[in-house]
Design a protein around this ligand. Structure first.
Ligand SMILES: CC(C)(COP(=O)(O)OP(=O)(O)OC[C@H]1O[C@@H](n2cnc3c(N)ncnc32)[C@H](O)[C@@H]1OP(=O)(O)O)[C@@H](O)C(=O)NCCC(=O)NCCS
Length: 197
C-alpha cells in the first residue's frame, strides 16, 4: 500500500517517512518545551538529523508491515510541520484496533487544526486501513487533549493507574476509544474479519 497523502482545509497530511528530516527537526526543536510535560523523556540526540532519518526508515518499514501509520501535517505549501498523528500497535484479526498519539505546534494550538488533521487521519484509518477501534489516552490534567478527543467522538472507557512514564514519572491515564461501527457501515476489511458477507 502507498503511504497516504491527505488534504484538509488548512493542511496536507503525509507519511512521517516522506517529510524532509530538517522540517521534522525544526518541529521537534521549536516545540520541545511545549511537548515535554506530556511526552516520555526523549533520549539524547533525539532531534539529530541521523536519528530522525533512522526513525523515518523504521516508520516506513512499520507502515509496509501494517504495524503503524505515522502521519505529519504540513501547511498547504509543504514548508512547515504543523502537527503529528501517530497510529501505533495496529492489531488485525478480530480486534482491528490501534493506539493514537498526537501533537500540534504551539503556534497552531487552540485553532481547531489538530481536530481537522486528526479527523482526516482517523477517517483514513477507518476507510483505507480498515480498523474498527482507535484507542487514545491522556493524563487527567491534559484538559486540551481530553477536549480534543471528546470533539472527535471518543468515549471514556476507564482509568489506568501509573500507565505510562511521562517526563520520567509514572502517570495515571484516562482511557478512551472511538468505535466505528457506531457510525453505520463497517469498512470492507472490518466486515470480512467479522465473517460478514
Ligand atoms: C493536545 C493538543 C494536541 C490539543 O490541541 P488543540 O489545538 O487544543 O486542539 P483543537 O484542534 O481541538 O483546538 C482546540 C480549540 O480550537 C477551537 N477551534 C475549533 N475549530 C476552530 C477553528 N476552525 N478556528 C479556530 N478555533 C477553532 C475549539 O473551540 C477548541 O477549543 P476548545 O478547547 O474550546 O474545545 C495540544 O494541546 C498539544 O499538542 N499539546 C502538547 C502535546 C500533547 O499533549 N499531546 C497529547 C498527549 S495525550
Amino acid at each position: 500500500m502507498k503511504p497516504p497523502l491527505l488534504t484538509t482545509p488548512r493542511a496536507v497530511v503525509t507519511h512521517f517517512g516522506c517529510v524532509e528530516a530538517r522540517q521534522l527537526r525544526r518541529y521537534f526543536k521549536e516545540n520541545a518545551e511545549h511537548f515535554a510535560p506530556w511526552e516520555p523523556l526523549r533520549p539524547a540526540g533525539f532531534d539529530d538529523l541521523p536519528r530522525i532519518e533512522e526513525r523515518q526508515t523504521a516508520s516506513l518499514a512499520d507502515f509496509d508491515a501494517g504495524r503503524a501509520v505515522h502521519l505529519v501535517a504540513l501547511d498547504p505549501e509543504g514548508r512547515r510541520v504543523l502537527a503529528v498523528c501517530n497510529f501505533t500497535h495496529i492489531a488485525r484479526g478480530p480486534f482491528l484496533a490501534c493506539h493514537l498519539g498526537y501533537s500540534v505546534a504551539r503556534a497552531a494550538e487552540g485553532q481547531g487544526l489538530m481536530y481537522e488533521v486528526a479527523a482526516a487521519a482517523i477517517a483514513y484509518m477507518r476507510d483505507v486501513v480498515g480498523l474498527h477501534r482507535v484507542m487514545a489516552n491522556h493524563m487527567p490534567s491534559n484538559v486540551r487533549s481530553a477536549r480534543l478527543l471528546a470533539r472527535l467522538g471518543f468515549e471514556r472507557e476507564g482509568y489506568a493507574r501509573a500507565y505510562i512514564q511521562i517526563a520520567g514519572v509514572w502517570e495515571d491515564h484516562v482511557l478512551n476509544s472511538l468505535v466505528f461501527d457506531d457510525t453505520g457501515a463497517l469498512p470492507e476489511a472490518a466486515r470480512s474479519a467479522k465473517g460478514e458477507p
